[in-house]
Design a protein around this ligand. Structure first.
Ligand code: ZN
Length: 146
């Protein structure tokens, strides 16, 4: 119970004070995604240099779960390689499936663990991660074309 309360506070903190909110200059990868079942919308932007995520910004509107997850994700992937970010996305998805994962790397994201018990909200929590995965595929595409 106390852990739930702590998690709720972490989620509300990210929702009320989102990290890395805003927009990047032209040239950043940009992905818009919506979660129609809840009405969440997100625009994720990131800059990748030498395969490292050097900057991340997001903006959007939606429920506390979707916005908190985006805020936490933006913190978690900053400075990681694209591959590491994808590994983290897979780990987050596993947590959402209710699998037990090593939460050490997840940081604040661990607070979203309880969402796995509410299937209707899982899409809210994974929206930002879907955007990340889509943006990462665009990194590959732009590498191949250059
Ligand atoms: Zn939502």
């Amino acid at each position: 119970m106390q852990l739930d309360e702590l998690y709720r506070q972490v989620i509300m903190d990210h929702y009320q004070h989102p990290r890395n909110q805003g927009e990047l200059e032209d040239g950043a990868l940009s992905v818009d995604l919506r979660n129609p079942s809840c009405g969440d919308e997100i625009t994720l932007q990131m800059v990748v240099q030498d395969d490292v995520v050097t900057d991340v910004r997001f903006k959007g509107s939606g429920c506390s779960i979707s916005m908190a997850s985006a805020s936490m994700m933006s913190e978690a992937i900053q400075g990681k390689t694209v591959e590491e970010a994808i590994v983290l996305a897979e780990k987050f998805r596993a947590m959402m499936r209710g699998e037990s994962v090593d939460t050490e790397e997840l940081g604040d994201l661990e607070a979203l663990q309880g969402v796995s018990k509410f299937p209707a909200r899982i899409k809210c929590a994974t929206l930002a991660w879907q955007a990340l995965e889509r943006a990462s595929r665009n990194v590959d595409a732009s590498n191949h074309s250059s």
